[in-house]
Design a binder for this molecule. Sequence first.
Ligand code: PLP
Length: 400
Amino acid sequence: MSFLSTTLARVKPSPTIAVTNMANELKAAGRDVIGLGAGEPDFDTPQNIKDAGKAAIDGGKTKYTAVDGIPELKKAIVAKFKRDNGLDYDASQVTVANGGKQILINALMATMNPGDEVIIPAPYWVSYPDMVLLAGGEPVIAEASIQTGFKLTADQLEAAITPKTKWFIFNSPSNPTGAGYTAEELKELTDVLMRHPHVWVMTDDMYEHLVYDDFEFATPAQVEPGLYDRTLTCNGVSKAYAMTGWRIGYAAGPKELIAAMRKIQSQSTSNPCSVSQWAAVEALDGTQDYIPENNKTFQRRRDLVVDMLNAAEGISCPTPEGAFYVYPSVAGCIGKTSAGGTKIENDEEFAKALLEEKGVAVVFGAAFGLSPNFRVSYATSDEALKEACTRIQDFCAGLS
Ligand SMILES: Cc1ncc(COP(=O)(O)O)c(C=O)c1O
């Protein structure tokens, strides 16, 4: 019998690892590689937040805390939901974990029984299906198409629902596409959910603040108050406040679910880092002024990347509403042969050949459940983006 668990056997190795390993090998061999794979802002954590972290250390806030968050942070989260989303929560409906990732796995571990289904729109963030599998559930992938800007339609959601559906995972703006649903678009989905009272909503609002062109963010419980009692609204400080390494995520939802998530966390990691929690209080309660400033930079980079990729032969790149990703299609490149002699049969081969021949690392679309595409993270300097997009244009021009 295998020493490793059968649950682990259900989880596939990360398909992004092959490209990442290859990029690292090429770098180690002295090749000039530009990485467009990073899932984090290239900005530093704002000074006021760092200072709050330092003050927490100096003030001796370095011991265990309540399992799922200090009262001061829960208070700041309650205020955030009211201020930004018009949602009323009590502190007992709030939980804090080691990053948004732990929030999601806590919720799944707390609710999955064998055979339970979780609807995940594709393209999806790579972790969702495997988290569902780890928790013992069954991912049900509902494919959105590039024609709708990678947004799921009401009919597609309706078709994916079965009596076994427990959760619908919703992520807007999305990793990997940057697609953001307007309140009207989201209402079409929540109308479907109102007809299926057994389906709960796990909304991952991690990129809430990273939106462009006056796009207005909307979240399910706000758009459809009738869903409030079966919605877990998940968020975190990682992306908007450039705090990926601090590991603070949070969620609000029905008390019983929050208590169940706390139970999982109490027997796994216990509290998130005490110092990080104090820094997160400052992130949420302190000035928010740098967010629009950072967004100006992201929007400029998005426009640069979309323009340059659309100028590459065989590539078509929609303009997304938010996050810091674009998800161009390489349909026009499939079946061609690169200057280096690789036959491009799919997006994985496109990404591999691009890396080998031009030293640009992107993540291929199959990793996110929708092909033939690739994901570019534009959370890097304008110079690196220009150089990388020029190389992608050269690579495409060399296809025959
Ligand atoms: C859509 C989405 N949700 C959640 C997370 C996890 O965030 P955290 O770093 O806070 O665990 C990420 C990180 O890449 C993400 O892209």
